[in-house]
Ligand binder design. Structure first.
Ligand SMILES: NC(=O)c1ccc[n+]([C@@H]2O[C@H](COP(=O)([O-])OP(=O)(O)OC[C@H]3O[C@@H](n4cnc5c(N)ncnc54)[C@H](O)[C@@H]3O)[C@@H](O)[C@H]2O)c1
Length: 252
């Protein structure tokens, strides 16, 4: 029960890495709100947690809409009786070589990945200050550190998330709020379908994975979510402004 007593809002946790993180948080004793644009799936995830004895409820949220994020944060603080943990996992992936990349797609990537993170931290910070401190965890990507051909706009957006995280860690440290980012490598979720297509399909992708990932395979959501639990827990009380890579050894 490493998160016993924690009150956490997880944004973008209906599916994939977020769902696994929500399940781990509840198993470790946190009371959680799962916010996602995909409400039906968020509700399914929350219901499965409740069926296993955890405390979770789902709300609809579009991170591109500032008022939607504000409302969800305020409601979470009320319904949980305070808020000490924010986890932002919502993400959008679009691929394409730069000559063919249009500005609407560029903007969409920045809206979900970067502006969404900004709105969430902007509205959650006062709640975490009222709670006397806490933990904020953003989600970047190894691509945000190392780049990736054909994923340039996504890499730029995730790079911005890293810089924003580090700056927020400095701004919020006096309030006992830690801010860290998780950087997954290749994790097996449908999120990567466009990148796999760009790389020439499943077989070609598998070859690349064998070559570039020292552990020789993609990770699973269940292999990423424990790092969120750790960062939210008191075990990480001296850790802030960090990029935590979970990548099978790709970055070395
Ligand atoms: N899968 C990977 O290999 C990988 C690698 C690096 C980083 N990531 C990051 O991890 C995070 C989770 O990715 P995943 O692989 O679990 O994929 P996923 O598609 O399962 O999760 C993304 C979640 O974000 C939600 N979302 C999307 N747009 C939203 C919006 N406008 N408002 C609210 N919610 C929205 C989706 O409904 C979904 O639940 C993302 O931020 C992604 O960029 C994933």
């Amino acid at each position: 029960m490493r998160l016993s007593g924690k009150r956490a809002l997880l944004i973008g946790a209906a599916t994939g890495i977020g769902r696994s993180t929500a399940q781990d948080f509840a198993r470790e004793g946190a009371r959680i709100v799962i916010a996602d644009i995909y409400f039906a799936e968020a509700e399914r995830t929350a219901a499965s947690i409740r069926a296993n004895g955890g405390q979770a409820h789902a709300v609809a949220c579009d991170v591109c809409d500032e008022q939607s994020v504000q409302r969800v944060v305020e409601d979470a603080e009320k319904s949980l009786g305070g808020l000490d943990t924010l986890v932002f996992l919502a993400g959008l992936q679009r691929i394409g070589h730069i000559e063919a990349f249009d500005s609407q797609t560029w903007d969409a990537l920045f809206h979900v990945n970067v502006r969404g993170t900004f709105f969430a931290i902007k509205y959650a910070s006062p709640a975490l200050k009222r709670a006397g401190g806490g933990s904020i965890i953003t989600t970047s990507s190894l691509a945000g550190l190392r780049g990736a051909a054909g994923m340039t706009a996504y890499a730029a957006a995730k790079g911005a998330v890293i810089a924003f995280t580090v700056a927020m860690a400095q701004e919020l440290a006096p309030f006992h709020i830690r801010v860290n980012s998780v950087l997954p490598g290749w994790i097996d979720t449908p999120f990567n379908a466009p990148s796999i297509e760009l790389m020439g399909g499943v077989a070609a992708h598998a070859e690349v994975i064998k070559r570039v990932v020292p552990l020789g395979r993609q990770g699973t959501p269940e292999e990423v979510s424990p790092i969120y639990v750790f960062l939210a827990s008191e075990e990480a009380r001296y850790i802030t402004a960090k990029s935590m890579m979970v990548d099978g050894g790709m970055a070395h």
